[in-house]
Structure formats: C-alpha cells, structure tokens
Design a protein around this ligand. Structure first.
Ligand code: MG
Length: 262
C-alpha cells in the first residue's frame, strides 16, 4: 500500500541540484510530482524567490510559481512583521535578505528594532560594530535567518565550503552575550508557512531533504513524514546520527522515493 502523502515540501540544494547542475533523478522526480501540492523551502537567504525560480528553470525544471518558494529570508521578514508592524531593521547579508526585509520593514541603522544576520557578503568590522551597539544600547533583538554552520558552493566545477548563517551570526552573539532568534530549519516556521501556503496539514506532508539536523529533524518534530536523500551533504554510507529523529525513508536518490510514494 502506498503511504498517504498529500503534499511535498522539498529542500533544494543537494536534493534537486548541486550548484548550477540539476541532479538527473530530481528532474524525473519533479515530472512525476506534476500538480501535486508542493513547495520548496530553503535555509538559503541569499537569492530572492524569483531568482530561485529562474535558476530552477535554467537547470531544466519546470519554472515553479514564486509563491511556492519560501526562503529563510522571506520567513524572517514575515516573522518580524508579526512581531512589530513597520519594523525597523539593520541587516547583514546578501540581496535576497535585503529585498525581503525592505518589502515589510524599513532599514534604520540608528534605531533598529532588529539586527538581522543572513548569509553571503556584508559582514565586516563595521557591520558587527553597528549591530553590537544596536543590540546593547537600543535593545534591538538579534535574529538569524538560519542556523547552518557551513554551506556548500559549487562554481564552474569547483566546490567550496562557505560559512553559513550560524557562523555569521556568531560574532554578534559573542560580542553581545545574547543568543539570536533563529528562523530557518529545523525551527518550525519555514515548514509551517510552506504547509499553509499549499493548504496541507502537517500529517499529510512529506519533507524531502539532505540534512538530518535541519531538514529531517525539524519536520519530524512537527509530525511530518520525512525522506532523507543521500545526494547532498550527508553521503551514502554515513551512519545516521542516533540523537536525531530517524527519517521514514533513507534513500540513495529521488528515483527510489518515486517508487515508494507514486
Ligand atoms: Mg540541502
């Protein structure tokens, strides 16, 4: 009997592609998904949803509706607006973060309510100093888009490890002695927003990801079904961490998952 899965939440990097290249099984898998309710959720706050959609299309996937793409930057902006309408922020990170925040709040380096740290360029001595002073003197809250210690980057065939959101927020946390509010996976917000957007219940959702500590752990704690694909960070043969919730399916590629759920 096929499991009762009504909707899919998909991580992207390491699940659908590596760098600029689609994983071939993922192209086939997404064809099978077709019109089934699904959303893409990513801890990566660097690119805005429109650019993510362009990238997917460029790799050979059907261009997804931008509403189906939820980045940690979008989720952060929505969360901040819930805390305070017309919030003021000081943000450190790449374009996607600045764009998402500017749609709902106002940048203010003097009177920010929130110091928001994402990923990518932007962090330097000056920005750490500005953020630290806003937190210690103005009572601004420290917010991190995602907790990843490091992330993979692929460019023209070469692979590099880049510092992730968790690493980039660390100088602010150390300088102030204040721990950040963390938005991305494994925290519930991204999953909840995605499920709500596609009208799915937690129990009817299957989360597909490549990281046990973020993708799988967060979804399992919310009562979602989970599938770990070993095409990304967590390679075949690596023992699953015993302290984390086990995935419902631990598979080598998306074609194996296709056979299970379709
Ligand atoms: Mg991933």
């Amino acid at each position: 009997m096929k499991p009762a899965i009504k909707a899919l939440l998909l991580d992207m990097d390491g699940v659908l592609y590596h760098g600029e290249k689609a994983i071939p099984e993922a192209l086939e898998f997404m064809l099978r998904v077709g019109d089934m309710p699904h959303a893409f959720i990513t801890n990566n706050p660097i690119l805005p949803p429109a650019s993510v959609a362009d990238r997917l299309e460029g790799m050979g996937f059907k261009r997804p509706d931008e509403q189906r793409i939820i980045t940690s930057a979008e989720a952060t902006a929505i969360w901040l607006a819930k805390q305070k309408t017309d919030f003021r922020y000081f943000a450190v990170g790449a374009e996607g973060l600045h764009l998402a925040l500017s749609e709902r709040g106002q940048e203010d380096r003097q009177q920010a309510d929130f110091v928001v740290v994402g990923e990518g360029p932007g962090i330097d001595f000056e920005s750490i100093t500005t953020g630290t002073n806003l937190i210690l003197k103005q009572g601004a809250r420290l917010v991190s888009t995602n907790p990843d210690h490091s992330v993979d980057a692929h460019h023209e065939g070469s692979h590099r490890v880049l510092p992730g959101g968790g690493a980039l927020v660390a100088p602010f946390a150390v300088a102030t002695g204040i721990q950040p509010v963390i938005i991305g996976k494994p925290q519930p917000l991204l999953y909840e927003m995605a499920a709500e957007r596609i009208g799915a219940s937690m129990a009817g959702c299957l989360m597909i990801g490549d990281r046990p500590d973020t993708d799988i752990a967060g979804a399992a704690r919310l009562g979602m079904k989970t599938a770990l694909v070993r095409t990304g960070r967590f390679a075949r043969g690596t023992p699953y961490p015993v302290e984390l919730p086990s995935p419902d399916w631990d598979i080598d590629s998306l074609s194996a998952l296709s056979q299970i759920i379709f």
